[in-house]
Design a protein around this ligand. Structure first.
Ligand SMILES: Cc1cc2nc3c(=O)[nH]c(=O)nc-3n(C[C@H](O)[C@H](O)[C@H](O)COP(=O)(O)OP(=O)(O)OC[C@H]3O[C@@H](n4cnc5c(N)ncnc54)[C@H](O)[C@@H]3O)c2cc1C
Length: 326
């Protein structure tokens, strides 16, 4: 029997495969559903994706609503929003969470207008206010100086997007069992995908990189980012930047790490000439190992660093490159 209501997560498909953010959302959703004592459902829309529904169960879902159709091969916001809206109006989840990716940010606003409820963007923390069973949607506000708890007491579902990488997926457990519900709503679209132009970039996308070499104002100029690229290439990583470096056009916005940039959780984050402002730390402090290179022994970045090198990055980075090459 299909269990209506409960907590829902929106799965994302890229290149025909369920994307990592879908599993991160299930980790959030599992906690919320357990506190509420309700089922956790994942919504999976795409083409040729039905076979991947079990993977969502293995990562925490109790049920998966699958809409699998050739019409859903490309992400077209109008049809995806209509399909999701149809499922929501029939099965009435208490809570619906999506990732704050371009997909989630495009889809959720379309849905919340139709559903006449609230939507909180870019949450970094989710919890349940148990007295009233309300979702507490926590996100940085006022330039990251305060954390705001937002509630949706009246509208349903309670909807929010969550920053990618704000949570690790639960370990895969193939012994978990769940219900797969195949749905066949109207999937037609008035839109058509003409072309997909991927961003030209060296290394893995920042949010997928296992090693990130990041530069700040202490790198002194755009030309010195070449040494960060060289170090990143030797370590199989990607290059990140502070907002100060991006503002000075030393690096593209797509490499900005922090509150108004990307949240990253690499295995190793090397911060070169970055002071460690709270807005920067908001995007990288969940990295497994942080290595900081800074001339100022009092720099805030050293408080989150596992390894600190007090020194001139313009000397330390070339020395590291030399050692790695030899
Ligand atoms: C609403 C809002 C959102 C923001 N969002 C972001 C964000 O997403 N990401 C972000 O990064 N910032 C963000 N900021 C800006 C943030 O507050 C800082 O201004 C910024 O992070 C500083 O960048 P930085 O560390 O490169 O520069 P600085 O703070 O100027 O630090 C430079 C550091 O380099 C060191 N240094 C100097 N020379 C050398 C050298 N030769 N070798 C080694 N070290 C050296 C200095 O000691 C210093 O610690 C935001 C601010 C606001 C108000």
């Amino acid at each position: 029997m299909i269990e209506s209501g409960g907590v829902w997560t929106l799965s994302e498909v890229r290149g025909g495969l369920v994307h990592q953010v879908s599993y991160e959302l299930l980790a959030w959703g599992r906690d919320l559903a357990d506190v509420l004592g309700t089922p956790l459902s994942a919504v999976l829309m795409g083409h040729g994706v039905a076979g991947q529904a079990e993977g969502l169960v293995a990562h925490g879902a109790d049920q998966v609503y699958v809409v699998d159709s050739p019409e859903l091969a490309d992400f077209l916001p109008d049809s995806f929003a209509r399909v999701l809206g149809d499922l929501v109006s029939r099965h009435r989840p208490e809570i619906l969470i999506a990732s704050a990716t371009s997909t989630g940010r495009a889809l959720m606003p379309l849905l919340f207008v139709d559903a006449d409820t609230g939507l909180t963007a870019d949450c970094t923390e989710l919890s349940i206010e148990t007295d009233e069973r309300l979702l507490l949607q926590t996100r940085p506000a006022i330039g990251g100086n305060v954390m705001a708890d937002i509630r949706t007491p009246l509208g349903r579902p309670q909807m929010c997007t969550v920053r990618p990488r704000s949570r690790r997926p639960l370990p895969e457990d193939r012994s978990r069992t769940g219900r797969i519900v195949e749905e066949t709503p109207d999937v037609s679209s008035v839109m058509r995908l003409l072309e997909f132009l991927p961003e030209k970039k060296v290394g893995a996308p920042l949010q997928d990189a296992e090693v990130i070499v990041s530069g700040g104002r202490g790198m002194k100029g755009a030309r010195n980012f070449a040494m960060l690229e060289e170090l990143a290439a030797l370590l199989g990583g990607s290059v990140g930047a502070s907002r100060a470096a991006v503002d000075m056009n030393w690096a593209p916005y797509s490499s900005q790490v922090g509150l108004s940039g990307k949240s990253v959780t690499p295995k190793v984050y090397i911060a070169c000439g970055i002071s460690g402002a709270v807005q920067h730390l908001a995007g990288m402090s969940a990295s497994d190992t942080v290595i900081a290179i800074n001339t100022d022994p009092e720099a805030a970045i050293f408080r989150v660093a596992d390894l600190g090198i007090v020194g001139d990055a313009l000397e330390v980075v070339p020395a590291l490159i030399g050692r790695l090459r030899s």
